[in-house]
Design a protein around this ligand. Sequence first.
Ligand code: G3H
Length: 309
Amino acid sequence: MSARNPGMNLDLEWVSKVRVNTQAVLKRAQQIQGQKLPKKQWQAAWLLKAVTCIDLTTLAGDDTPPSRPVRHDRLKEMDMHDKGVTTGAVCVYPSRVADAVKTLKAANSSLPVASVATGFPAGQTPLETRLQEVRLAVADGATEIDIVINRTLAITGQWEAMYDEIRQFREACGDAHMKTILAIGELGTFTNVYKASLVSMMAGSDFIKTSTGKESVNATYPVAIVMVRAIRDYFLCTGQKVGFKPAGGIRTAQESLVWLTLIKEELGNDWLSPLLFRLGASSLLADIERQIYHHVTGRYAAYHELPMA
Ligand SMILES: O=C[C@H](O)COP(=O)(O)O
């Protein structure tokens, strides 16, 4: 992870001045989606980049210790075994952190373990419970914590209270990097999304993340434009680079190319790194691997032939 964002005092004047032009956002999102995507070897290179930015997520009620196999033999077949290509992290529920850490250690892997916490996905547990969840996940070895914001506070404009909660989560994280999930599908307006992004960054978030993947609307390109513009403005004002993580419903290699394009166009090459960009996805890797497999062999692999199928 990159240098951490220390945050700043809550600047309510800045927050209150925020206005988002919906039509301009929608137009920009359409432009991004209309861009030509890289082909052939350039596409393969971009897809490998996308792999390195994935937070490989398993957030199911039936998660068990061995549900994250890493098939080294398939990587070797595709000549990727010695290229250092891994996902950015694996992301699990707090109760699975210890298993994930143990499994990765046994595999001699230094892949970070991220954990959702703070009553994911709804965030509707008492503050002390949410704080304790963060501390326990860190104690079990999570080095990245994905917290959820209290949507009630964001929707009702209680920015000071939201800032205070996130500050406490940041303290509970200790050295673990904190990604703050806005659950944009529940925030109502683009203006609210921008304000929630800003307050989260002021409170010291290392990343801001669109969604839990459990809302009815998750990562969309227009909302991403709003969030990355907030990241850009925060950088211009403070000099701090905050990361961005779209999550929820991102399933295809093609989509990952559009996300990389959006980041390159809106934030620049510095953000095209797992240090500042992650794709939260449970099933994207399988499709990317299929496309890379096709690039290497000229034929499509069946899903059962690939590790994440
Ligand atoms: O943070 C990651 C999301 O929960 C993953 O959502 P997904 O299962 O739709 O890929």
